[in-house]
Ligand binder design. Structure first.
Ligand SMILES: Nc1ncnc2c1ncn2[C@@H]1O[C@H](COP(=O)(O)OP(=O)(O)OP(=O)(O)O)[C@@H](O)[C@H]1O
Length: 344
C-alpha cells in the first residue's frame, strides 16, 4: 500500500496545471520548521510552508492533527519552541519568541474562531467596533466614544455582510451564522490583510455554512484579503479554496490543488473518521452552489442609500465601552482591553 506522502506526491504531480509556489516577493506567510510540543505530545513536527498574497487556502486534517495550533502560531497566540513564522516579510515569532513588531503585525491579521468570540450582551455594533481597538486611544475604547467616521465604518462593514439592520441588537439575539458574520465584519473593519478562520463553520447549519463561506470568499476576492481557513468538510475546501494544505499527526502531508484530492487520499488522511465525514460532506454539498462565483443579483440601492436610514443612532456619541474577555484575543495584550476586562 502506498504511503501517505507518496500518494500526496502522486496527486500533486498528476494535476494538469500545478499551482506555482509563491515567489519570495509575493509571499506573505512563511513558516519554517515550526515545532510545537504540549507536554510530551508534539502538535507540530517541523512544519514549513509558504502562502502568497491573495491566496485562498484550506487547512485540512483529522481532529488533533495540529490545525488550530498552526493557526494560533500564525497570529502569535501560541509560540512554538523552534522554527520561525514570518508575516508580511517581518518576523512574527522565531525560536519561541514573538518578534518586536508583533503588535503592528497583529493589526493586519484578522482571526475568526468557531465560537465567534462576541460579547453576547453588547450590541452587534460594539462588537464590530472592537476591531478598531488597536487603533483607538484607550479612553475612547473604555468610554465607547468612537468617532462618527469609525462608527460609520462599522455600519458599512455590517452592511457589506448583510447585517446592518441588526447593528443595534444584542449580539446574543443573532443566530449562529449571523454571529459568525458579525465576527467577519469585525475583521473587515480592522482592515486586516490576512484572515485566519479556524473552523469558522463547525457549529453552523448547512445554509449558514454556505453563507459564511461565501462571505469569506468575497472578502478574499473583493477586499483582497489572503484567506487561510481550517475546515472539517472536504466539500467546502474543494468548492471555495484552490489550494489545500493537509496535516496529519502534526506533519504536513499534502500541499497542492484542492481539485486533485482523491477519496483514497482522504481515507488515508481521516482514517476511521472518513465515513462519517463523507456523510456530512454529502449534506453540506447539497446546499452548495455549483460554482463559488456569486450569482448576479438584482440591482441594489447604493450602500449610502441603504445605511442612511440607520445613521440616526450613530449621531449619539456614546456606543458602549469595548469590554469583555472574549472580544478579540489578538488584542488582549492592549492595555485598554486588559483594563476593560478587569473592570467588567
Ligand atoms: N493547550 C493545549 N494543551 C495541551 N495539548 C494541546 C493544547 N492544544 C492542542 N493540544 C494538543 O495538540 C494536538 C493538536 O491539537 P489541535 O487543536 O491543534 O488539533 P486540530 O487539528 O485543530 O484538532 P480539531 O480539529 O479537533 O480542532 C492535539 O493532540 C491536542 O490535544
Amino acid at each position: 500500500m502506498p504511503t501517505m506522502p507518496a500518494i500526496a506526491q502522486d496527486l500533486a504531480a498528476a494535476t494538469a496545471a500545478p499551482r506555482t509556489m509563491p515567489t519570495p516577493t509575493d509571499c506573505i506567510v512563511e513558516v519554517d520548521h515550526l515545532r510545537k510540543t504540549f507536554g510530551t505530545e508534539a502538535a507540530l513536527k517541523g512544519v514549513s510552508l509558504r502562502i502568497g498574497a491573495g491566496e485562498r487556502v484550506a487547512l485540512l486534517g483529522a481532529s488533533g492533527s495540529g490545525k488550530s495550533t498552526l493557526m494560533r502560531c500564525l497570529c502569535g497566540l501560541e509560540t512554538a519552541e523552534s522554527g520561525r513564522v514570518q508575516v508580511f516579510g517581518d518576523t512574527l515569532q522565531a525560536d519561541g519568541r514573538l518578534g518586536p513588531d508583533i503588535r503592528r503585525l497583529r493589526r493586519s491579521i484578522g482571526v475568526v474562531f468557531q465560537q465567534f468570540n462576541l460579547v453576547g450582551r453588547l450590541p452587534v455594533m460594539t462588537n464590530v467596533l472592537a476591531g478598531l481597538a488597536a487603533e483607538t486611544p484607550l479612553w475612547r475604547c473604555l468610554s465607547g466614544r468612537f468617532t462618527l467616521a469609525q462608527r460609520t465604518r462599522a455600519l458599512e462593514a455590517l452592511d457589506t455582510i448583510g447585517l446592518a439592520s441588526q447593528a443595534f441588537q444584542r449580539a446574543s439575539t443573532l443566530s449562529g451564522g449571523q454571529q459568525q458574520r458579525a465576527a467577519i465584519a469585525r475583521v473587515l473593519v480592522q482592515g486586516a490583510r490576512l484572515l485566519l478562520a479556524d473552523e469558522p463553520v463547525a457549529s453552523l447549519d448547512p445554509e449558514s455554512t454556505r453563507r459564511v463561506m461565501e462571505q469569506l470568499t468575497q472578502l478574499n476576492r473583493d477586499a483582497g484579503m489572503t484567506l487561510i481557513v481550517s475546515l472539517h468538510h472536504v466539500a467546502l475546501a474543494r468548492r471555495y479554496c484552490d489550494r489545500v494544505i493537509a496535516l496529519r499527526h502534526g506533519e504536513l502531508v499534502y500541499d497542492g490543488p484542492s481539485r486533485a484530492l482523491t477519496s483514497e487520499f482522504l481515507r488515508e488522511l481521516y482514517g476511521s473518521a472518513a465515513d462519517e465525514l463523507e456523510a456530512e460532506d454529502a449534506a453540506i454539498g447539497s446546499v452548495l452552489p455549483r460554482h463559488s462565483h456569486p450569482t448576479s443579483l438584482a440591482p441594489m440601492p447604493s450602500q449610502e442609500a441603504r445605511i442612511e436610514p440607520l445613521m440616526e443612532p450613530l449621531m449619539e456619541p456614546l456606543i458602549e465601552p469595548v469590554i469583555g474577555a472574549h472580544l478579540d484575543p489578538l488584542h488582549h495584550d492592549l492595555p485598554g482591553v486588559r483594563l476593560a476586562t478587569r473592570a467588567a
